[in-house]
Design a protein around this ligand. Structure first.
Ligand code: ACO
Length: 402
């Protein structure tokens, strides 16, 4: 076995592992992922079952608490969250200050960070009570924060949350209702969004979750840690990929729908062009979430009576890429983001909101990891080592003598 004592001592031996491809930074009991076999489980439950039989709030409870809630536990959890959906009126002034064309992910991370200023009574990560209330506040308020970001971009008045609606219903209504017309909730849309949030809820040590843990390891409060995670998620190689996929599909459509010439560009690595929504650090056979989402894309579009030329382009792009040796050799398959954007689009979300929806889904996972890290006995501050490549030693010459 490992001699942990010796590993923890500074032996002078450092492993360089670019992108942490093979370095486990934490032990975790939350999510199991087998990339060779395409297996994903939340707390031991297969993702297919959680998505089919569960709700997003049940999933959040499961990830954070480790067990599925009973009927009573779920009712208490749901009720607590419902009681905290309002934002302090002063929070609205942040939105007044943002430019109208600000990216909603920037608004999301800024406002979540600002929650630390409003809730200074929940900063102590070692108080169970404070951990709980900050968790409830975040889960309750993120949909409101996200809906306000959308309203800001649209120039519409904000819509307050309503306590008689479920989590997803409330978010959709706050997003899409306007004074002249109340948004009509469609069960197809509600269920599909609930399922998509479940599929995004956790994915072990991805870039944003590791960021939350790293920031949290300095004992920064939950709001500060999650705000950092939101920023990490924004990048196009991570959660920003769902926006990038849609933009890619639109680009292919503009160029006449020729997927093969696009694939050629990708293979030639022309200007760093990638097939967005393809490839994954861990999945090397298929992404189980992508399979569920591909089926959902068909269902939602047909249930809403919408056809989308971009879906046809996506299907053709997937088929041609999967038959191409470039993608086969590199084990590149569609990931969770390849089809989500098409569903969000059919629901009426603009492209810039796609990554915000990812953040809403990933929130319980981030929170669960933050709790697990804080509660781990002997957990230490995250502090990677480096391999120094600069000048070894030189004499400092005063500025006038240079
Ligand atoms: N299109 C074209 N080529 C690709 C792609 C892609 N989407 N993904 C990887 N490759 C190629 C790389 O260029 C590299 O080729 P090479 O051996 O000729 O140099 C090889 O496949 C290995 O790729 P890496 O970049 O080493 O893979 P890594 O594990 O570092 O990256 C990542 C994973 C970021 C997901 C990558 O596949 C990618 O950029 N995909 C597109 C963006 C995307 O969809 N991101 C969402 C990820 S899922 C999520 O966050 C929810």
């Amino acid at each position: 076995g490992f001699d942990i004592g010796r590993l923890r001592a500074d032996t002078g031996l450092v492993t360089l592992d670019s992108g942490f491809g093979n370095t486990a930074a934490y032990k975790s009991a939350i999510t199991y992922l087998d990339g060779e076999q395409g297996i994903l489980r939340y707390r031991g439950y297969p993702i297919e079952q959680v998505a089919e039989r569960g709700s997003f709030l049940e999933t959040a409870y499961l990830l954070i608490n480790g067990e599925l809630p009973t009927v009573d536990e779920l009712a208490v959890f749901q009720n607590e969250i419902t009681q905290h959906t309002l934002l302090h009126e002063d929070v609205k002034r942040f939105y007044d200050g943002f430019p109208r064309d600000a990216h909603p992910m920037a608004m999301l991370s800024s406002v979540v960070s600002a929650l630390s200023t409003f809730y200074q009574d929940s900063h102590n990560p070692f108080s169970e009570e404070q951990r709980h209330i900050s968790t409830v506040r975040l889960l309750a308020k993120l949909p409101t924060i996200a809906a306000y970001a959308y309203k800001k971009a649209m120039g519409h008045p904000i819509v307050y949350p309503r306590n008689d609606l479920g989590y997803v219903e409330n978010f959709l209504r706050m997003t899409f209702s306007v004074p002249a017309q109340d948004y009509e909730l469609d069960p197809v849309v509600v269920n599909a969004l609930d399922k998509l949030l479940i599929l995004h809820a956790d994915h072990e040590q991805n870039c944003s979750t590791s960021t939350v843990r790293l920031v949290g390891s300095s004992q920064a409060n939950l709001f500060a840690s999650i705000s950092a995670g939101i920023n990490a998620l924004w990048g196009p190689l991570h959660g920003g990929a769902n926006q990038a996929v849609l933009e890619m599909l639109e680009g292919i459509k503009r160029d006449g729908g020729d997927v093969d010439s696009f694939i050629r560009k990708v293979k030639d690595k022309e200007d760093g062009v990638k097939l967005m929504g393809f490839g994954h650090r861990v999945y090397k056979s298929f992404d189980p979430r992508a399979q569920i989402i591909k089926a959902a894309a068909h269902d939602v579009l047909s249930a809403l009576g919408k056809s989308d030329e971009l879906l046809d382009i996506a299907l053709k792009l997937e088929e041609h890429a999967l038959a191409d040796s470039y993608f086969v050799e590199r084990k590149l398959y569609p990931n969770v983001d390849f089809y989500t954007g098409l569903i969000y689009r059919a629901m009426g979300f603009p492209t810039t909101m796609f990554t915000v929806l990812f953040a809403l889904g990933r929130l319980p996972g981030w929170i669960a990891h933050w709790h697990e890290m804080i509660k781990e006995p002997g957990s230490r501050i995250g502090r990677p080592r480096q391999v120094y490549t600069g000048v070894e030693l030189r004499e400092y010459v005063p500025v006038e003598a240079r």
